[in-house]
Design a protein around this ligand. Structure first.
Ligand code: NI
Length: 133
């Protein structure tokens, strides 16, 4: 899996601004203010600390893609996002290791419109794949 580089850890939260304040109190710095993703109907912001990047994701409406996940898991980390310069090879590597794509490559407004795809593994749950450009 050498083409994969960790970009962020996705963290599901119910109240994004209060969650952000709590992370900031722990020493995180806001890297990018909250952006509304109208495709997934979520608010997203990025925080960094010690070289780690956390993405806070919060559903804005009941039909958001993560509304059901939040109900089930409450506030918690729920995916690791990997960046790749070779999207096709990374997709093949994931497929060869039992990951199934659960959506198609879709622009992410909070990431400058770069395309992301979500995959799921029965063994380790969800991962997100992000193109470098
Ligand atoms: Ni993410």
């Amino acid at each position: 899996m050498s083409t994969l580089k960790i970009h962020h850890i996705g963290y599901l939260v119910k109240k994004i601004e209060k969650a952000r304040q709590t992370f900031e109190a722990l020493g995180y710095r806001t890297e990018q203010d909250t952006v509304y993703d109208d495709i997934r109907k979520v608010d997203i912001c990025f925080l960094v600390k010690d070289g780690y990047r956390i993405e806070l994701v919060s559903p804005v409406s009941e039909d958001s893609v993560v509304a059901g996940l939040l109900k089930k898991y409450k506030n918690c980390p729920y995916h690791i996002c990997y960046e790749t310069a070779d999207y096709e090879t990374a997709c093949a590597e994931l497929a060869a290791n039992g990951f199934l794509a659960i959506d198609t490559p879709t622009p992410a407004p909070a990431l400058g419109g770069r395309k992301v795809t979500f995959f799921s593994s029965a063994l380790i749950g969800m991962v997100e794949l992000l193109t470098t450009v």
